[in-house]
Design a protein around this ligand. Structure first.
Ligand SMILES: [Fe+2]
Length: 483
Protein backbone atom coordinates (compact mmCIF):
# COMPACT_ATOMS: atom_id res chain seq x y z
CA UNK A 1 0.00 0.00 0.00
CA UNK A 2 1.36 3.43 -0.93
CA UNK A 3 1.76 5.82 1.96
CA UNK A 4 0.08 9.12 1.26
CA UNK A 5 -1.28 11.79 3.61
CA UNK A 6 -4.63 13.36 2.67
CA UNK A 7 -4.85 16.85 1.16
CA UNK A 8 -6.95 18.12 4.06
CA UNK A 9 -6.33 20.96 6.55
CA UNK A 10 -4.83 18.73 9.25
CA UNK A 11 -2.22 17.38 6.83
CA UNK A 12 -1.27 20.29 4.59
CA UNK A 13 0.59 23.61 4.83
CA UNK A 14 1.81 24.37 8.32
CA UNK A 15 0.24 21.13 9.57
CA UNK A 16 1.92 18.82 7.07
CA UNK A 17 3.50 15.91 8.99
CA UNK A 18 7.27 16.26 9.33
CA UNK A 19 8.08 12.82 10.91
CA UNK A 20 11.73 13.68 11.42
CA UNK A 21 13.72 12.04 14.19
CA UNK A 22 16.86 14.13 14.21
CA UNK A 23 20.04 14.68 16.16
CA UNK A 24 22.01 17.81 15.41
CA UNK A 25 25.11 18.98 17.24
CA UNK A 26 25.36 22.77 17.06
CA UNK A 27 22.47 24.44 15.28
CA UNK A 28 23.23 27.39 13.07
CA UNK A 29 22.83 30.52 15.21
CA UNK A 30 22.09 34.11 14.18
CA UNK A 31 22.86 36.61 16.91
CA UNK A 32 24.37 35.54 20.22
CA UNK A 33 22.94 32.93 22.56
CA UNK A 34 23.32 34.38 26.08
CA UNK A 35 26.25 32.72 27.80
CA UNK A 36 24.31 32.36 31.05
CA UNK A 37 21.42 30.49 29.40
CA UNK A 38 21.99 26.88 30.41
CA UNK A 39 19.48 24.06 30.27
CA UNK A 40 17.17 22.04 28.08
CA UNK A 41 13.87 23.03 26.48
CA UNK A 42 11.71 19.92 26.03
CA UNK A 43 8.49 20.00 24.01
CA UNK A 44 6.03 17.56 22.53
CA UNK A 45 3.37 17.81 19.86
CA UNK A 46 1.31 15.78 17.41
CA UNK A 47 3.07 14.57 14.25
CA UNK A 48 1.20 11.83 12.38
CA UNK A 49 3.37 8.76 11.81
CA UNK A 50 0.86 7.19 9.39
CA UNK A 51 -2.00 8.54 7.30
CA UNK A 52 -5.27 8.46 9.22
CA UNK A 53 -7.24 5.22 9.28
CA UNK A 54 -10.51 7.02 8.53
CA UNK A 55 -9.33 9.16 5.62
CA UNK A 56 -8.99 12.38 7.60
CA UNK A 57 -8.34 13.45 11.17
CA UNK A 58 -8.01 16.46 13.45
CA UNK A 59 -4.72 18.21 14.02
CA UNK A 60 -4.17 17.05 17.59
CA UNK A 61 -4.62 13.31 17.00
CA UNK A 62 -1.06 12.87 15.72
CA UNK A 63 1.60 10.75 17.40
CA UNK A 64 3.67 12.41 20.10
CA UNK A 65 6.92 13.82 18.73
CA UNK A 66 9.15 15.02 21.54
CA UNK A 67 12.01 17.41 20.88
CA UNK A 68 14.75 19.04 22.91
CA UNK A 69 16.92 22.09 22.48
CA UNK A 70 19.93 21.80 24.79
CA UNK A 71 21.48 25.23 25.36
CA UNK A 72 24.88 25.67 27.00
CA UNK A 73 27.98 27.80 26.47
CA UNK A 74 26.34 29.69 23.62
CA UNK A 75 25.64 26.47 21.69
CA UNK A 76 22.30 24.83 20.88
CA UNK A 77 22.02 21.09 20.18
CA UNK A 78 18.81 19.42 19.02
CA UNK A 79 17.14 16.01 19.19
CA UNK A 80 13.68 14.76 18.28
CA UNK A 81 12.09 11.33 18.75
CA UNK A 82 8.64 9.86 18.52
CA UNK A 83 7.29 8.66 21.86
CA UNK A 84 7.14 4.86 21.61
CA UNK A 85 3.58 4.49 22.84
CA UNK A 86 1.78 1.18 22.43
CA UNK A 87 -0.15 2.81 19.56
CA UNK A 88 3.06 3.90 17.83
CA UNK A 89 4.66 0.45 18.16
CA UNK A 90 1.59 -1.45 16.95
CA UNK A 91 1.13 0.84 13.96
CA UNK A 92 4.84 0.74 13.11
CA UNK A 93 4.70 -3.08 13.03
CA UNK A 94 1.62 -2.97 10.81
CA UNK A 95 3.02 -0.08 8.71
CA UNK A 96 -0.40 1.62 8.79
CA UNK A 97 -2.80 3.34 11.17
CA UNK A 98 -4.82 0.94 13.30
CA UNK A 99 -6.36 3.47 15.66
CA UNK A 100 -9.22 5.65 14.42
CA UNK A 101 -10.84 8.85 15.55
CA UNK A 102 -9.66 11.09 18.38
CA UNK A 103 -10.55 9.53 21.72
CA UNK A 104 -13.02 7.04 20.15
CA UNK A 105 -11.92 3.39 20.44
CA UNK A 106 -15.03 2.20 18.59
CA UNK A 107 -13.41 3.42 15.36
CA UNK A 108 -10.27 1.27 15.76
CA UNK A 109 -9.16 -1.84 13.87
CA UNK A 110 -10.38 -4.93 15.75
CA UNK A 111 -6.77 -6.09 16.20
CA UNK A 112 -6.06 -3.29 18.69
CA UNK A 113 -9.17 -3.60 20.87
CA UNK A 114 -8.27 -2.81 24.48
CA UNK A 115 -4.81 -1.46 23.61
CA UNK A 116 -3.49 1.87 24.90
CA UNK A 117 -4.68 4.61 22.52
CA UNK A 118 -2.77 7.54 23.99
CA UNK A 119 -0.40 9.43 21.70
CA UNK A 120 1.46 11.15 24.60
CA UNK A 121 1.52 14.29 22.44
CA UNK A 122 0.49 17.24 24.63
CA UNK A 123 3.03 18.25 27.25
CA UNK A 124 6.27 17.41 28.97
CA UNK A 125 7.04 17.68 32.67
CA UNK A 126 10.24 17.04 34.63
CA UNK A 127 9.55 16.00 38.23
CA UNK A 128 11.13 13.70 40.80
CA UNK A 129 14.18 13.36 38.56
CA UNK A 130 12.13 11.98 35.68
CA UNK A 131 11.01 13.38 32.33
CA UNK A 132 7.52 12.51 31.11
CA UNK A 133 5.43 13.03 27.99
CA UNK A 134 1.77 13.59 28.87
CA UNK A 135 -1.65 13.43 27.30
CA UNK A 136 -4.86 13.61 29.29
CA UNK A 137 -6.33 10.36 27.88
CA UNK A 138 -3.63 8.11 29.33
CA UNK A 139 -0.78 7.62 31.78
CA UNK A 140 2.56 9.42 31.51
CA UNK A 141 5.34 8.01 29.32
CA UNK A 142 8.78 8.26 30.87
CA UNK A 143 11.55 9.46 28.55
CA UNK A 144 15.33 9.35 28.83
CA UNK A 145 16.19 13.05 29.29
CA UNK A 146 19.42 12.71 27.28
CA UNK A 147 18.41 10.43 24.39
CA UNK A 148 14.61 10.96 24.41
CA UNK A 149 14.18 7.18 24.20
CA UNK A 150 10.91 6.01 25.68
CA UNK A 151 11.37 4.09 28.92
CA UNK A 152 7.70 3.15 29.01
CA UNK A 153 4.32 3.98 30.44
CA UNK A 154 4.58 5.05 34.07
CA UNK A 155 2.06 4.33 36.83
CA UNK A 156 4.12 5.42 39.87
CA UNK A 157 5.09 1.85 40.78
CA UNK A 158 1.51 0.67 40.54
CA UNK A 159 0.18 3.37 42.86
CA UNK A 160 -1.66 5.37 40.19
CA UNK A 161 -4.91 3.45 39.64
CA UNK A 162 -6.54 6.16 37.54
CA UNK A 163 -6.17 5.35 33.85
CA UNK A 164 -5.50 9.03 33.04
CA UNK A 165 -3.51 12.00 34.23
CA UNK A 166 -3.55 15.61 33.05
CA UNK A 167 -1.21 17.34 30.61
CA UNK A 168 -1.18 20.30 33.00
CA UNK A 169 0.27 19.27 36.38
CA UNK A 170 1.24 22.10 38.76
CA UNK A 171 4.48 22.07 40.74
CA UNK A 172 4.54 23.84 44.09
CA UNK A 173 7.75 25.94 44.10
CA UNK A 174 7.92 25.73 47.91
CA UNK A 175 7.20 22.07 48.67
CA UNK A 176 8.28 20.64 45.31
CA UNK A 177 5.06 18.60 45.22
CA UNK A 178 3.37 17.95 41.89
CA UNK A 179 -0.40 18.31 42.11
CA UNK A 180 -2.33 16.87 39.21
CA UNK A 181 -5.50 14.98 38.33
CA UNK A 182 -7.05 12.63 35.80
CA UNK A 183 -10.54 12.85 34.34
CA UNK A 184 -12.48 9.93 32.83
CA UNK A 185 -10.29 8.34 35.44
CA UNK A 186 -12.02 4.95 35.53
CA UNK A 187 -12.39 4.62 31.79
CA UNK A 188 -14.06 6.04 28.74
CA UNK A 189 -16.79 8.62 29.44
CA UNK A 190 -16.78 7.98 33.20
CA UNK A 191 -17.55 10.89 35.52
CA UNK A 192 -14.72 9.85 37.81
CA UNK A 193 -11.94 12.35 38.48
CA UNK A 194 -8.79 11.45 40.43
CA UNK A 195 -6.86 14.05 42.39
CA UNK A 196 -3.21 12.97 42.34
CA UNK A 197 -0.36 14.31 44.46
CA UNK A 198 3.28 13.33 43.95
CA UNK A 199 5.89 14.37 46.52
CA UNK A 200 9.09 16.10 45.51
CA UNK A 201 10.98 12.79 45.30
CA UNK A 202 8.48 11.41 42.77
CA UNK A 203 6.35 9.19 45.04
CA UNK A 204 2.58 9.24 44.48
CA UNK A 205 1.36 10.02 48.01
CA UNK A 206 -2.33 10.64 47.37
CA UNK A 207 -4.94 9.54 44.85
CA UNK A 208 -8.50 10.45 45.70
CA UNK A 209 -11.49 9.93 43.43
CA UNK A 210 -14.64 12.01 43.13
CA UNK A 211 -17.46 12.42 40.64
CA UNK A 212 -17.51 15.46 38.35
CA UNK A 213 -20.90 17.17 37.89
CA UNK A 214 -20.86 15.81 34.34
CA UNK A 215 -18.28 14.23 32.01
CA UNK A 216 -16.27 17.16 30.73
CA UNK A 217 -13.01 17.87 28.93
CA UNK A 218 -11.09 19.08 31.98
CA UNK A 219 -8.03 20.09 30.02
CA UNK A 220 -6.48 22.33 32.66
CA UNK A 221 -6.95 23.11 36.35
CA UNK A 222 -5.33 25.36 38.94
CA UNK A 223 -3.64 25.20 42.31
CA UNK A 224 -2.80 27.90 44.83
CA UNK A 225 -0.72 27.74 48.00
CA UNK A 226 -3.93 26.72 49.81
CA UNK A 227 -6.51 25.55 47.26
CA UNK A 228 -7.11 23.22 44.34
CA UNK A 229 -9.43 24.41 41.56
CA UNK A 230 -11.18 22.07 39.12
CA UNK A 231 -12.67 23.45 35.90
CA UNK A 232 -15.70 21.79 34.28
CA UNK A 233 -16.59 23.27 30.89
CA UNK A 234 -19.53 22.16 28.74
CA UNK A 235 -17.47 20.04 26.37
CA UNK A 236 -19.10 16.71 27.07
CA UNK A 237 -18.57 13.04 26.25
CA UNK A 238 -21.20 10.40 25.54
CA UNK A 239 -20.40 6.72 25.00
CA UNK A 240 -23.52 6.01 22.91
CA UNK A 241 -22.51 8.77 20.51
CA UNK A 242 -19.02 7.30 20.23
CA UNK A 243 -20.40 3.80 19.58
CA UNK A 244 -22.41 5.27 16.72
CA UNK A 245 -19.12 6.54 15.26
CA UNK A 246 -19.60 10.11 16.48
CA UNK A 247 -17.03 12.32 18.18
CA UNK A 248 -15.88 11.96 21.76
CA UNK A 249 -16.50 15.65 22.46
CA UNK A 250 -19.39 18.02 21.75
CA UNK A 251 -19.87 21.56 23.08
CA UNK A 252 -23.24 21.94 24.84
CA UNK A 253 -23.81 25.66 25.27
CA UNK A 254 -26.93 25.14 27.38
CA UNK A 255 -24.88 23.58 30.19
CA UNK A 256 -23.29 25.50 33.04
CA UNK A 257 -19.57 25.94 33.50
CA UNK A 258 -18.60 24.86 37.01
CA UNK A 259 -15.49 25.74 38.99
CA UNK A 260 -14.83 23.49 41.99
CA UNK A 261 -12.58 24.74 44.81
CA UNK A 262 -11.26 22.71 47.75
CA UNK A 263 -8.61 23.35 50.39
CA UNK A 264 -5.43 21.41 49.64
CA UNK A 265 -5.49 19.89 53.11
CA UNK A 266 -9.14 18.78 52.85
CA UNK A 267 -11.01 15.98 51.08
CA UNK A 268 -12.52 16.15 47.60
CA UNK A 269 -15.83 15.81 49.51
CA UNK A 270 -15.24 19.45 50.47
CA UNK A 271 -15.22 20.75 46.89
CA UNK A 272 -17.43 23.81 46.65
CA UNK A 273 -18.86 24.36 43.17
CA UNK A 274 -19.24 27.84 41.67
CA UNK A 275 -21.41 28.28 38.58
CA UNK A 276 -21.66 30.34 35.42
CA UNK A 277 -23.51 30.12 32.12
CA UNK A 278 -21.42 28.21 29.58
CA UNK A 279 -17.94 29.52 28.88
CA UNK A 280 -15.10 28.28 26.72
CA UNK A 281 -11.88 28.13 28.72
CA UNK A 282 -8.34 27.91 27.42
CA UNK A 283 -5.31 27.64 29.67
CA UNK A 284 -4.70 28.72 33.23
CA UNK A 285 -1.99 31.36 33.63
CA UNK A 286 -1.89 31.13 37.43
CA UNK A 287 -4.08 31.22 40.53
CA UNK A 288 -3.57 32.44 44.08
CA UNK A 289 -5.37 32.70 47.42
CA UNK A 290 -5.63 35.81 49.57
CA UNK A 291 -7.70 35.58 52.75
CA UNK A 292 -11.15 34.29 51.78
CA UNK A 293 -10.60 35.14 48.13
CA UNK A 294 -9.31 32.85 45.42
CA UNK A 295 -8.17 34.36 42.12
CA UNK A 296 -7.98 32.39 38.88
CA UNK A 297 -6.40 33.89 35.73
CA UNK A 298 -7.45 31.92 32.68
CA UNK A 299 -7.94 32.56 28.98
CA UNK A 300 -11.67 32.62 28.46
CA UNK A 301 -14.16 33.00 25.64
CA UNK A 302 -17.93 33.21 25.53
CA UNK A 303 -18.51 29.87 23.84
CA UNK A 304 -16.66 26.97 22.25
CA UNK A 305 -12.93 27.71 21.88
CA UNK A 306 -12.02 24.67 19.73
CA UNK A 307 -12.90 24.62 16.01
CA UNK A 308 -12.43 20.83 15.94
CA UNK A 309 -15.24 20.30 18.47
CA UNK A 310 -18.78 20.54 17.13
CA UNK A 311 -21.68 22.30 18.80
CA UNK A 312 -24.47 20.04 20.12
CA UNK A 313 -27.13 22.14 18.39
CA UNK A 314 -25.47 21.70 15.01
CA UNK A 315 -24.48 25.34 14.63
CA UNK A 316 -21.07 25.91 13.01
CA UNK A 317 -18.04 26.94 15.04
CA UNK A 318 -18.11 30.70 15.63
CA UNK A 319 -14.70 32.35 15.93
CA UNK A 320 -16.30 35.58 17.16
CA UNK A 321 -17.48 33.89 20.37
CA UNK A 322 -14.40 31.65 20.47
CA UNK A 323 -11.70 34.30 20.97
CA UNK A 324 -9.83 33.59 24.22
CA UNK A 325 -8.95 36.63 26.32
CA UNK A 326 -7.14 36.71 29.65
CA UNK A 327 -9.73 36.99 32.43
CA UNK A 328 -9.49 37.02 36.21
CA UNK A 329 -12.17 35.11 38.11
CA UNK A 330 -12.60 36.02 41.78
CA UNK A 331 -14.22 33.57 44.19
CA UNK A 332 -15.32 34.61 47.66
CA UNK A 333 -15.05 31.61 49.97
CA UNK A 334 -16.30 33.78 52.84
CA UNK A 335 -19.66 34.42 51.17
CA UNK A 336 -22.64 32.23 50.33
CA UNK A 337 -22.92 32.93 46.61
CA UNK A 338 -22.21 30.19 44.09
CA UNK A 339 -21.37 32.85 41.49
CA UNK A 340 -18.07 34.58 40.87
CA UNK A 341 -16.75 37.83 39.47
CA UNK A 342 -15.09 37.88 36.05
CA UNK A 343 -12.88 40.67 34.78
CA UNK A 344 -11.17 40.90 31.38
CA UNK A 345 -7.50 41.75 31.95
CA UNK A 346 -6.48 42.09 28.30
CA UNK A 347 -8.60 42.32 25.15
CA UNK A 348 -6.21 40.52 22.83
CA UNK A 349 -6.72 37.05 21.33
CA UNK A 350 -4.26 35.33 23.64
CA UNK A 351 -3.50 31.99 25.21
CA UNK A 352 -0.54 29.66 25.85
CA UNK A 353 0.29 31.45 29.11
CA UNK A 354 3.67 31.16 30.75
CA UNK A 355 4.79 32.65 34.04
CA UNK A 356 7.91 32.73 36.17
CA UNK A 357 7.70 29.28 37.80
CA UNK A 358 9.06 30.64 41.09
CA UNK A 359 5.67 32.40 41.42
CA UNK A 360 3.45 29.44 40.53
CA UNK A 361 0.47 29.04 42.89
CA UNK A 362 1.13 32.47 44.43
CA UNK A 363 0.47 36.15 43.78
CA UNK A 364 2.40 37.21 40.69
CA UNK A 365 2.71 40.13 38.32
CA UNK A 366 4.46 38.95 35.15
CA UNK A 367 3.15 36.75 32.36
CA UNK A 368 4.11 35.76 28.83
CA UNK A 369 1.64 34.82 26.11
CA UNK A 370 1.21 33.97 22.46
CA UNK A 371 -1.12 36.39 20.71
CA UNK A 372 -2.99 36.18 17.42
CA UNK A 373 -2.92 39.86 16.43
CA UNK A 374 -5.76 40.30 13.95
CA UNK A 375 -4.28 43.59 12.76
CA UNK A 376 -1.20 41.87 11.40
CA UNK A 377 -0.49 39.03 8.98
CA UNK A 378 -1.20 35.62 10.46
CA UNK A 379 -1.23 32.07 9.14
CA UNK A 380 -4.53 30.23 9.06
CA UNK A 381 -5.04 26.53 9.62
CA UNK A 382 -2.40 26.31 12.34
CA UNK A 383 -2.49 24.11 15.39
CA UNK A 384 -5.27 23.46 17.87
CA UNK A 385 -7.21 26.72 17.51
CA UNK A 386 -6.75 26.95 13.73
CA UNK A 387 -5.09 30.37 14.01
CA UNK A 388 -1.38 31.11 13.95
CA UNK A 389 0.16 32.93 16.91
CA UNK A 390 2.00 35.87 15.33
CA UNK A 391 3.03 37.88 18.39
CA UNK A 392 4.93 37.25 21.61
CA UNK A 393 3.81 39.28 24.62
CA UNK A 394 5.21 40.14 28.05
CA UNK A 395 2.50 41.43 30.36
CA UNK A 396 2.74 43.36 33.59
CA UNK A 397 -0.44 42.35 35.40
CA UNK A 398 0.00 44.89 38.19
CA UNK A 399 0.04 47.80 35.72
CA UNK A 400 -2.06 46.10 33.03
CA UNK A 401 0.62 46.85 30.49
CA UNK A 402 1.90 44.77 27.62
CA UNK A 403 5.08 44.71 25.56
CA UNK A 404 4.93 42.75 22.32
CA UNK A 405 6.84 41.63 19.28
CA UNK A 406 5.34 40.64 15.90
CA UNK A 407 7.30 37.70 14.55
CA UNK A 408 6.69 38.50 10.87
CA UNK A 409 4.42 37.31 8.07
CA UNK A 410 4.27 33.67 6.95
CA UNK A 411 5.34 32.54 10.41
CA UNK A 412 3.78 31.21 13.58
CA UNK A 413 5.26 31.09 17.05
CA UNK A 414 4.48 28.64 19.82
CA UNK A 415 4.01 28.64 23.58
CA UNK A 416 6.74 30.77 25.17
CA UNK A 417 9.06 29.39 27.84
CA UNK A 418 10.50 31.67 30.53
CA UNK A 419 13.95 31.12 32.05
CA UNK A 420 15.08 33.36 34.95
CA UNK A 421 18.35 35.22 34.34
CA UNK A 422 19.65 34.05 37.72
CA UNK A 423 18.17 32.22 40.69
CA UNK A 424 17.77 35.54 42.51
CA UNK A 425 16.55 37.56 39.49
CA UNK A 426 13.44 39.71 39.83
CA UNK A 427 10.16 38.17 38.74
CA UNK A 428 10.07 37.87 34.96
CA UNK A 429 13.67 39.02 34.44
CA UNK A 430 15.46 36.61 32.13
CA UNK A 431 14.97 34.96 28.78
CA UNK A 432 11.97 33.91 26.79
CA UNK A 433 12.18 31.04 24.32
CA UNK A 434 9.69 30.37 21.57
CA UNK A 435 9.84 27.98 18.66
CA UNK A 436 8.90 29.71 15.42
CA UNK A 437 8.09 28.05 12.11
CA UNK A 438 8.58 30.15 8.99
CA UNK A 439 7.00 29.19 5.70
CA UNK A 440 8.66 31.96 3.67
CA UNK A 441 11.82 31.36 1.59
CA UNK A 442 13.09 27.99 2.84
CA UNK A 443 10.45 26.68 5.24
CA UNK A 444 12.15 25.95 8.52
CA UNK A 445 11.72 25.98 12.28
CA UNK A 446 13.84 27.99 14.67
CA UNK A 447 14.31 28.62 18.36
CA UNK A 448 13.97 32.34 19.09
CA UNK A 449 15.60 33.63 22.30
CA UNK A 450 14.36 36.94 23.69
CA UNK A 451 15.65 39.01 26.60
CA UNK A 452 12.54 39.80 28.67
CA UNK A 453 13.83 43.33 29.30
CA UNK A 454 13.67 44.01 25.56
CA UNK A 455 10.84 41.96 24.05
CA UNK A 456 9.85 44.66 21.47
CA UNK A 457 13.40 44.60 20.07
CA UNK A 458 12.94 41.01 18.92
CA UNK A 459 15.07 37.98 19.64
CA UNK A 460 18.69 38.37 20.70
CA UNK A 461 19.45 35.07 18.97
CA UNK A 462 17.81 32.55 16.68
CA UNK A 463 18.94 28.92 16.37
CA UNK A 464 17.81 27.48 13.04
CA UNK A 465 16.84 23.92 12.26
CA UNK A 466 17.58 22.92 8.68
CA UNK A 467 14.01 21.64 8.28
CA UNK A 468 10.41 22.40 9.25
CA UNK A 469 8.95 20.70 12.31
CA UNK A 470 5.25 20.21 12.85
CA UNK A 471 4.13 22.46 15.71
CA UNK A 472 4.40 21.16 19.27
CA UNK A 473 1.88 22.05 21.99
CA UNK A 474 3.47 22.41 25.44
CA UNK A 475 6.87 21.94 27.00
CA UNK A 476 9.14 22.57 29.96
CA UNK A 477 12.59 23.89 30.80
CA UNK A 478 15.07 21.92 32.86
CA UNK A 479 18.03 23.97 34.15
CA UNK A 480 21.50 22.64 33.32
CA UNK A 481 24.51 22.28 35.61
CA UNK A 482 25.78 25.72 34.60
CA UNK A 483 22.50 27.53 35.37
FE1 LIG B 1 -2.96 22.49 27.08
Amino acid sequence: MTLHFPDTPAFTGFNRPARIEAEILDLEVEGKIPSDLDGTFYRVGPDFHYPPRLGDDININGDGMVSMFRVAGGHVDFKSRYVRTEKFLLESAARRALFGAYHNPFTDDASVAGKDRTTANTSTVFHGGKLFALKEDGLPHELDPDTLETRGRYDYRGKMTSVTTSSHPKIDPVSGEMITFGYEARGLATRDVALQIVDRSGVLVREEFFLAPYVSMQHDFAVTSRHIIFIVVPITADEARMKAGGPHWVFEHERETLIGIMPRDASTKDIRWFRSPSLGLGHVANAFSDGDKVYLDVSTCAQNIYPFIGNSDGTPFDRATGVPRLMRFTFDLGGNSDGFEAETLFDDFMDMPEIDDRYQLNAYSRGFFAIADGGKAALNNVGTLGVGWNTIAHVDLARRRMERFFIGPDAACQEPQFVPRRADAEEGDGYLLSVVTRLDREPHTELAVFDTRHIPDGPVAVARLPFRMRAAIHGCWVPGPGA
